[in-house]
Write a protein that binds this ligand. Structure first.
Ligand code: CMP
Length: 229
């Protein structure tokens, strides 16, 4: 995919004209990060926006005791690093490549120039920030209101909704997250997640293969019952 095609696939840039996309592509640069590589650190000053070309990026916050909370995992066509460009504050979280990842980066001045002339880009940014706030609200309520079993079920529902692909038999498959990743999303231990997943497998609500997790077509209803206890 060329840089221009990639930018076109990013919803906030989709209303730019071909000439505008071309000039935006000219000021972007590509960079690669190996799996496990840190792209940006929480609290650092930030002057770059990143768009994911391929791979996957984990956005998280490290507690003083070294424990990590995962806020989000994002993939191709999604962007991050916009907050520091918008409010001039340090980076709000750390971003790490969890697969070999290729990014397009856009410097602050170029980002500001492109949003100035285009209210559609600003409107798109506001939409994405609203969606992230909704998701964060849902995470807060999950953490505050559900027991650990319900939280694990909620993470699986979120992943199936956000990353799931429908199989021929109607079931939904999505990336097999590590037990540690799931634990870090919901503030529990890896061992607890392992136990809960085994339980969901025993109830035939979840199948785990080496690379994927699979849930039934009616997973939202089935897992809702789990979260209601
Ligand atoms: P910035 O603060 O510049 O650097 C860290 C980035 O992580 C931030 O911009 C956002 O792009 C992203 N980020 C922070 N919080 C969340 C969240 N709750 N969900 C998704 N992405 C986030």
């Amino acid at each position: 995919m060329t840089d221009r095609e990639l930018l076109l696939s990013v919803p906030i840039f989709s209303e730019l004209t071909p000439a505008e996309l071309e000039s935006l592509a000219r000021v972007c640069s590509r960079r690669q990060h190996r799996k496990g590589g840190v792209i940006l650190y929480e609290k650092d000053p930030g002057d770059t926006l990143f768009v994911i070309v391929s791979g996957r990026v984990k956005v998280g916050i490290q507690g003083d005791d070294g424990r990590e909370v995962i806020l989000s995992v994002i993939g191709p066509g999604e962007f991050f690093g916009e907050m520091s460009l918008l409010d001039d504050e340090p980076r709000s979280a750390t971003a790490v490549a969890i697969e070999d990842t290729e990014l397009l980066s856009l410097a602050r001045a170029d980002f500001q120039q492109v949003i100035q002339g285009h209210s559609s880009i600003l409107a798109g940014l506001v939409r994405v920030l609203s969606a992230r706030l909704r998701r964060a609200n849902s995470q807060i309520s999950t953490l505050a209101l559900l027991d650990v079993y319900g939280r694990v079920a909620r993470v699986l529902v979120d992943m199936a909704r956000e990353e799931g692909k429908r199989l021929k038999d109607g079931r939904i498959s999505f990336r097999r997250a590590t037990h540690q990743e799931i634990a870090n999303r919901i503030g529990t231990t890896r061992e607890t997640v392992t136990r809960m997943l085994k339980d969901l497998e025993r109830q035939h609500l979840l199948e785990v293969t080496p690379r994927e997790m699979i849930v039934g077509a009616d997973f939202e209803k089935a897992f809702e019952q789990v979260t209601e206890g």
